[in-house]
Design a protein around this ligand. Sequence first.
Ligand code: DGY
Length: 346
Amino acid sequence: MLRPKVLITRQLPAPAMSRLGEVCDYQVGTEDGVLDREALLSGVRDVEGLVCLLTDRIDREVIDRGTKLRVIANVAVGYNNIDLAAAQQRGVYVTNTPEVLTDATADLTWALILAVTRRIVEADNFLRAGKFDGWDIDMLLGTGLTGKTLGVVGYGRIGRAVARRAAGFGMSVIYCGRDDIAFRDDPQHNALMMARRLGIQAATGPINQSARIDGLAARRATFNELIEMADVITLHVPLAATTQHLIDRSAFGRMKHTAYLINTSRGPVVDEVALVDALQSGRISGAGLDVYESEPDISDLLPGMNNVVLLPHIGSATRETRTAMAMIAVENTIDALSGRVPRNVV
Ligand code: DGY
């Protein structure tokens, strides 16, 4: 029987490659880094499956070139690198890798929260620079988290996992979800939210004042309330038209001066120029970033600032998680090429 052909844009962990090899003939685009555009365009021409990374731009040109394509399996939960409409028009499945990276990303979010509020990187640099000449009562003072409010923007799997961890730090949680973000400037939506808050029976049915999700009491807020009230604002939304520059100059203008912004979602959710201004001017206290607007390029000004912790997009970067992500992408590919509907179609 003819084995389906697959292009893997970049070498993946060995267990995933050997599982794919049981069912398909595959070629690997590159051992490391990002597959060059021309190689991607020619490599996709003859294959039925494409396993790709978030750094691969799978736009209409690539999809049209892959006339035999039946599945595009992204090794990531986010899929903003893929032209979904183009794939759907051609009847090509697009899949992602949810769930397995939830805990790793939530843990890294907390690493950033703690690093920026307790000035961990700055303190480490201070010591390495030979500046530690003894304990001092006001040396490198940070901000405590106990009793403060965590604002979770985007309450999907990762947002909820971040929220669950807040209990361990004595923080209360407010959150807003997809509708609160999409309709953030809609007075009707915000009025309905307010009505719910006050416990008034809304025309649409019974009202909950707070959500108890996974045993966690978290209060839903409008986007603007969250931005104004939270001491730490953490972003967990996909990149879409409704979330591009969600955190813009006006959002920074509403935040507390003492607020910290954490972004482990996608860089373009934050207007990076406005962020730099907010950090430089003291409009907010600090930021912890794992993603950037024009990744891998970042604003020249960010590395010179002490009130920001900068990571190179490592939210899901544990060996276990990356292997699990690759395995899921491969299983999705095998399913699609074996005539089954893949588990993680987006
Ligand atoms: C994803 O999966 O979307 C992350 O950004 C990469 O781990």
